[in-house]
Ligand binder design. Structure first.
Ligand code: WT7
Length: 645
């Protein structure tokens, strides 16, 4: 990287890299004492016997036999020690209404719901699905489950009925917590209706708890559906926290892989909590009186770790926003920053690029001087977006903490550390690993690559936030992540380490898509297409997009009886929307007569993508039907002509 790409931000903040190097070295050399010390960021009911048990790889176990409760750490200890009246959340509704809940208020709400869950027969180890929009009941439900040791699985409220039922089925959930509806872009999404449909396909759920949010008319099924407000009336409830083993599961979060159904990443209580509390502190250096705003959705891991658990562990005040960032106008984010004097703002490159399109006028309408640190997550940030964020939002005065991590890693893996010493920032680089993280860049055969060489990023050792396993599938856990490079965690991304040791994350190396920062599997979309009555074959891939990072493109071959049906494309769109959710709907669906295949009949998705994107298709010697390639080209040409005309 050229020297001019280094911005002078560190002259304003920490000159040089501070203690980072020393702390990082200690984290690798003295694993036990390092994590003994940093585990004290939490209150433990019983101390662990062993910091790290590596006897059964890849099932690494941290803080073995330690006991704690996550909701106790998020609430009780603050209520007892000076933060009782401090705001835990400043919540802003899509309509602009505000609700402030203190630590004591949140503590009471969590206890009420925990009591209600117990009364409804939910106990330690039971699984519950939480399918809620961005309302305060979401963190309340997560913490109430954690309090009684129930394992929750949060399903993003933008997911459709098929995605929901699949998660209910795999987790064998006994209960669903949902709302009548959700507000999104001024419209109502009928969540309860989606739950009703999903439950027709599954049998494990006995109770549905419904939060009243939109007032939408819904069907309440006798004996199954209960209003949340009817069972959380006991304002004085206190539920003794269940002391969980460090390695008992806390939650399951489903995420897309390259094959088959979404993977249920299981996070534990101890190591995960230690990891997210420390990484938030290191990377962003939040102060006691700061206002933190992680503008993600709670349904993704970013929200789990950095809207709910880590900020509460640290006793911070968070802003939480219900709706879309451009609703009612493109200055929504900036208006909230100004209104609540937000100090630390954490959002995604897609959000930034979306707002760039509306111009500088919108941030200029607001006083953003409260901002001290900015963060991004979810996908690589292109230098142009980085600079816009830095100059227009940070007024060239706030470092940008580009945090690289995954659902599976629990918390940040590579990110600049405000608290440990900020390195000079290079726009587009997530800089250096967090303490305890040892990345390596490898070629296909596992040879380590040198500076500036693009390869696969892997990790040489476990870290406390690492997921425990995949739900119901320890073998897939081993195969998907630990087989490519034995003894290492393989995460599916390309990266480069430059001559100064900075890491540059270059996107997915596999068939996983990143659409607006959301991780989606090509395979899930292909499955949904193939399972529709019209489609015989499908190939789905991601096409680069200047705002969303990638958009979804699908090529389909129709069954004979549907050839020439002009309604097919719109009915496929509708089907995907209902089945998987709006974010899965392809930007382009092309109907062709054949798809490129190998002699053994396997669809060559790589070739479809290359031809459609006008790139060299690479080795096509195994291609059986070369006419299909011309057909793809023609479909794309016809499409762009139509788009122009
Ligand atoms: C994938 C993980 C991280 C929480 C939200 C997404 C990509 C994530 C960055 C970043 C470049 C990034 C990777 C990763 N990614 N953050 N700062 N720079 N790429 O979690 O849905 O599990 O997705 O997101 O490709 O593997 P996720």
């Amino acid at each position: 990287m050229a020297e001019r790409d280094v911005l002078p931000v560190n002259e304003v903040y920490h000159p040089g890299i501070g203690n980072y190097r020393q702390i990082y070295r200690e984290s690798l050399e003295k694993v036990d004492s390092f994590w003994e010390r940093h585990a004290q960021i939490l209150d433990w009911h019983k101390r662990w016997d062993t910091v790290l048990d590596s006897s059964n790889p890849p099932f690494y176990r941290w803080f073995v036999n330690g006991k704690l409760n996550v909701s106790y750490n998020a609430l009780d200890r603050h209520v007892m020690h000076g933060r009782r009246n401090k705001a835990a959340y400043i919540w802003v509704g899509e309509d602009g209404t505000e609700k402030i809940v203190t630590y004591d208020g949140l503590f009471r709400r969590v206890n009420n719901l925990a009591q209600a869950l117990k009364n409804l027969g939910i106990s330690r180890g039971d699984r519950i699905i939480i399918y809620l929009p961005m309302i305060l009941e979401a963190p309340v439900a997560m913490l109430a489950a954690a309090r009684i040791g129930a394992v929750f699985s949060f399903v993003f409220a933008g997911f459709g009925e098929g995605a929901l039922s699949e998660r209910i089925e795999d987790s064998k959930a006994r209960m669903v917590i949902t709302a009548d509806g959700a507000f999104r872009n001024g419209k109502v999404v009928e969540l309860k209706k989606i739950v009703d449909e999903a439950l027709e396909k599954t049998s494990s759920v006995g109770t549905v708890l419904v939060v009243k949010r939109t007032g939408t008319a819904i069907q309440m099924q006798e004996g199954r559906d209960i209003w949340m407000h009817d069972v959380t009336e006991d304002a004085s409830a206190f539920v003794q926290p269940e002391w969980m083993d460090s390695n008992d599961p806390l939650y399951i979060l489903y995420t897309s892989g390259t094959t088959g159904k979404p993977k249920g990443a299981v996070h534990g209580n101890g190591g995960y909590s230690v990891w997210i509390a420390n990484t938030l502190k290191w990377a962003f250096d939040p102060h006691e009186d700061d206002r933190w705003w992680c503008a993600a959705d709670i349904g993704w891991v970013t929200g789990h770790s950095y809207i709910v658990f880590a900020p509460l562990f640290l006793g911070l005040t968070s802003t939480m926003y219900e709706g879309a960032i451009t609703y009612p106008a493109p200055d929504r984010l900036w208006e909230i920053v100004e209104r609540y004097r937000v100090n630390l703002l954490y959002t995604s490159p897609t959000a930034i690029r979306t707002l760039i399109r509306f111009g500088e006028k919108y941030p200029r309408m607001h006083d953003l001087s409260s901002l001290r640190v900015l963060g991004t997550v979810g996908e690589p940030i292109n230098p142009a977006a980085w600079k816009w964020y830095y100059e227009n939002i940070g007024r060239s005065n706030c470092p940008i903490i580009d945090t690289y991590w995954q659902t599976e890693t629990g918390g940040f893996m590579i990110a600049p550390s405000m608290a440990l010493g900020l390195p000079p920032l290079k726009p587009g680089s997530a800089t250096f690993p967090m303490p305890g993280v040892e990345p390596v860049i490898l070629d296909e055969n596992g040879h380590e690559l040198g500076a500036g060489e693009k390869g696969y990023i892997a990790y040489r050792r476990p870290w406390p936030g690492m997921f425990l396993t995949l739900n119901n599938d320890p073998e897939r856990f081993r195969k998907a992540y630990f087989e490519k490079y034995p003894g290492m965690y393989y995460c599916g991304d390309y990266a480069i380490r430059d001559a100064d040791g900075y890491y540059w994350l270059l996107g997915r190396a596999d068939e996983v898509l990143k659409v607006s920062g959301h991780r989606l599997g090509t395979i899930e979309i292909e499955d949904a297409l193939i399972s529709s009555k019209e489609v015989a074959e499908a190939a789905v891939f991601g096409k680069p997009d200047t705002v969303k990072g990638e958009v979804i493109v699908a090529f389909v071959v129709l069954k004979d009886e549907y050839r020439g049906d002009t309604q097919v494309v719109s009915s496929l769109r509708k089907r995907i929307r209902e089945e998987l959710g709006p974010i899965y709907v392809p930007e382009e669906i092309h109907v062709v007569k054949t798809l490129p295949k190998t002699r053994s009949g396997k669809i060559m998705r790589r070739v479809v993508k290359a031809v459609a994107l006008n790139q060299l298709p690479g080795d096509i010697s195994t291609l059986e039907n070369s006419a299909s390639v011309d057909e793809i080209r023609e479909a794309i040409e016809a499409f762009s002509k139509e788009a122009e005309g």
